[in-house]
Ligand binder design. Sequence first.
Ligand SMILES: *Cc1c(COP(=O)(O)O)cnc(C)c1O
Length: 359
Amino acid sequence: MQADRQRNFVSDNHSGICPEAWNAMAEANSHHVDAYGRDQYTKKVCGLFRGIFDTDCEVYFAFNGTAANSLALASICRSYHSILCHQISHVETDECAAPEFYTGGAKVLPIAGELGKLNPIDIAELVKKRTDLHFPKAKALSLTQATEVGTVYKLNELKSLKETARELGLSIHMDGARFANAVATLNCSPREMIVQAGVDVLCFGGTKNGMGMGEVIILFNKELSQEFDFQLKQSGQLCSKMRYLSAPWLGMLQDDVWLKNAQTSNAMAQRLKVGMEGIGIEVLYPVEANSLFAKLDDRLIAGMLYRGWKFVKFIAAGGCRIMCSWDTRNEDVDAFLADLNELHGNDEDRNGEVEIMSH
Ligand SMILES: *Cc1c(COP(=O)(O)O)cnc(C)c1O
């Protein structure tokens, strides 16, 4: 029988809006305010971000992560530049060439690297391979934190990437769709992460961490902010009723809700990991954020799907991806594990269910 699951493990964008963000938006809804970011909510949120990072950064809002990343990269690159990123990064694999489009033609150069991470040696090698006029000039280093395979760059890894980038004249973009999860894992301050990594421009994710939509683009390097507002407007990312993108952040930033949400989803992934390893299922990467990649055979997958569970069956990195959200509960994880355990231990049962499925 298929259960009617309220929560699934496909992605952290399957979850709804957390009450704090929802309430903050409701509060901003009752009256007329200035448009295009001149309202008090937007101003307050920008101030809060400056407080969190303890620096006078520029704060902008975009509707989604693709736009945020692409605009961030467009603040760094001109059309004849290149963007270095991991070969399974969102920038390379999931943005329909928007970074190339927004930069007017900058070339994205994917690089391999273990555990979804880039390393300084490979970056330097690629940059030094071609420095002539006939190849795009290397300009941006794009790091995803937490990575697409649920790992997290440690602070010392970020520091050596920064040093390499500075030597090579690269500016640093951080795709922080899951920045909160990484901060929660490293147990560092957001500022420490940014300083260690020498981030010039950060995309701070909200959507996957309990908001309805909206990512924040934070420019730490003021030179990059020149005319950035025009780039944002031209790309259709200037929200006229800006308060609906910004006000939810008041709920998220108050009492560190953003961090607590991430701590919850991270903890649920840890619970999954412990349970899966107990069952004897191979976990493919260190679980350092809110996702887990596991090797499940086809019959196990079919059995779980038949029981109403949802997760990503196959993803570029290989294996199944099981992802937790801010609202994933212990009970959800335990029920998932119980089904997995039952199916794993019972081949006959699994055969039966696969058969039923084909009818
Ligand atoms: C989800 C995600 C994004 C943003 O995706 P959109 O669908 O454009 O909002 C960016 N980077 C990473 C690593 C993501 O997982």
